[in-house]
Design a protein around this ligand. Structure first.
Ligand SMILES: Cc1cc2nc3c(=O)[nH]c(=O)nc-3n(C[C@H](O)[C@H](O)[C@H](O)COP(=O)(O)OP(=O)(O)OC[C@H]3O[C@@H](n4cnc5c(N)ncnc54)[C@H](O)[C@@H]3O)c2cc1C
Length: 362
């Protein structure tokens, strides 16, 4: 670590006491602070139906991503074993609730998986028959993008064989079955929940009104919270708008910009504390300004959508931009190079190596 004045401790904060300026960790540790930046992110939200969690797979962490891969690959292995057509159909169906970037990217990735990576791996089942059903409650996919880009993603996924149901609200989820508001059902041995997020529950311990049902917090212009100038919120759990009054999206560039902003404020106040300007710190705090670099989503191989300022790209150019940006922001030269070479090799071979079932199958 380059910054010698930074200490990293692996502990989960369980309690916050804003008035006492103290945080308690699961390890039993107590952390007294002069300043606090709460940036604990978001988690999957089931819109008040926590029982759905037992029947679905979320995608917020690497461990969850591995669970999805494990479940889908194990289901294909089970489908190869069974002699029952009905079971095989259920085992070879993946339902994805939520047609935002996560749902769209996943749906595209599954079609790549079965058409390319796994195409020669099974003898009794035809993996290209994997049924991917994408369910979206609103009338279009990728609601945060432009209409043309939504239409492009819809068309592209349809070409890849994804079944897309828009304007379709999920009414219930039971084991292996999604029940839709129109009374129909989708039987699927893998149900992925990409339909909603909510802020880390620590926001409810800040003692300030929450901005929305997702439990996010609207900070002051400098990212501190009202009544507690020493507490800042940042990243996905902050609810704020940019200079054009558009919501700041829950993306990595927004989180890093907020982190940098808070670091600047702290550095400046630390400097002032040591000078005769002590006490003037609040007046001097700059306002956080979000610089919108844009949003992007990949839609299977060779296709993506990018929305950046006046640029609204779709197709291969957008896909190249997606690859370039995602490699650019990887940490460390070694990672960048190995991912670049891995992707280039997979692209040329047209068959990424992904058939790994980690841990025991479900
Ligand atoms: C599937 C997926 C794909 C995405 N793709 C993109 C993309 O392509 N481009 C993009 O810009 N953004 C993408 N995002 C969004 C991006 O990941 C987030 O906007 C960004 O990570 C938010 O940063 P954050 O610091 O607010 O939260 P996080 O990155 O979620 O970090 C929060 C951290 O807090 C820790 N934490 C939580 N609770 C506690 C606690 N009680 N005590 C201690 N630590 C705690 C968590 O373990 C975590 O490490 C994607 C998100 C998902 C889920």
């Amino acid at each position: 670590m380059k910054a010698s004045n930074v200490t990293v401790l692996m502990d989960e904060i369980t309690d916050l006491s804003p008035v006492e300026r103290r945080a308690e960790g699961q390890s039993g540790g107590t952390y007294e602070y002069d300043y606090l930046l709460l940036a604990a992110g978001v988690q999957t939200s089931f819109f008040g139906r926590p029982e759905w969690e037992a029947h679905t797979l979320g995608l917020k962490t690497l461990a969850e991503a591995q669970s999805i891969r494990r479940r889908v690959l194990s289901n294909l292995e089970k489908a190869e074993l069974t002699n029952c057509d009905k079971d095989r159909r259920r085992l070879m169906t993946v339902a994805i609730a939520g047609g935002g970037p996560t749902g769209v990217e996943l749906a595209g990735a599954f079609t790549d998986l079965v058409h390319r990576s796994l195409r020669d791996d099974f003898r009794r089942i035809d993996t290209s028959k994997l049924r991917v059903v994408l369910l979206e409650g609103s009338d279009r996919l990728l609601g945060s993008f432009g209409k043309k880009q939504s239409e492009y993603a819809f068309k592209r996924l349809e070409e890849l064989g994804v079944e897309i149901l828009t304007g379709t609200m999920v009414a219930d989820v039971t084991k292996g079955c999604v029940h839709l508001a129109d009374g129909s059902t989708v039987e699927a041995a893998a149900i992925i929940w990409a339909a909603g997020t909510e802020a880390n529950p620590l926001t409810s311990q800040l003692g300030v009104p929450l901005a929305d049902r997702a439990g996010r917090v609207t900070p002051e212009e400098d990212l501190s919270i009202r009544g507690f100038p020493e507490i800042f919120v940042g990243g996905d759990l902050a609810c704020l708008t940019d200079s054009q009054d558009k919501p700041v999206p829950g993306v990595a560039p927004a989180a890093t910009q907020m982190g940098r902003h808070v670091a600047k404020v702290l550095k400046e106040e630390n400097r002032l504390e040591k000078t005769r300007f002590r006490g003037q710190k609040l007046k001097l705090r700059p306002r956080f300004r979000y610089f919108d670099k844009g949003i992007m989503a990949i839609v299977g191989k060779n296709a993506a959508v990018v929305l950046s300022g006046k640029w609204a790209l779709t197709g291969f150019i957008a896909w190249l931009a997606w690859l370039f940006i995602h490699i650019l922001f990887l940490v460390g030269f070694r990672n960048k190079l190995s991912v670049l070479l891995g992707w280039a090799f997979a692209y040329v071979r047209d068959a990424p190596d992904t058939r790994i079932i980690v841990n025991r199958p479900d």
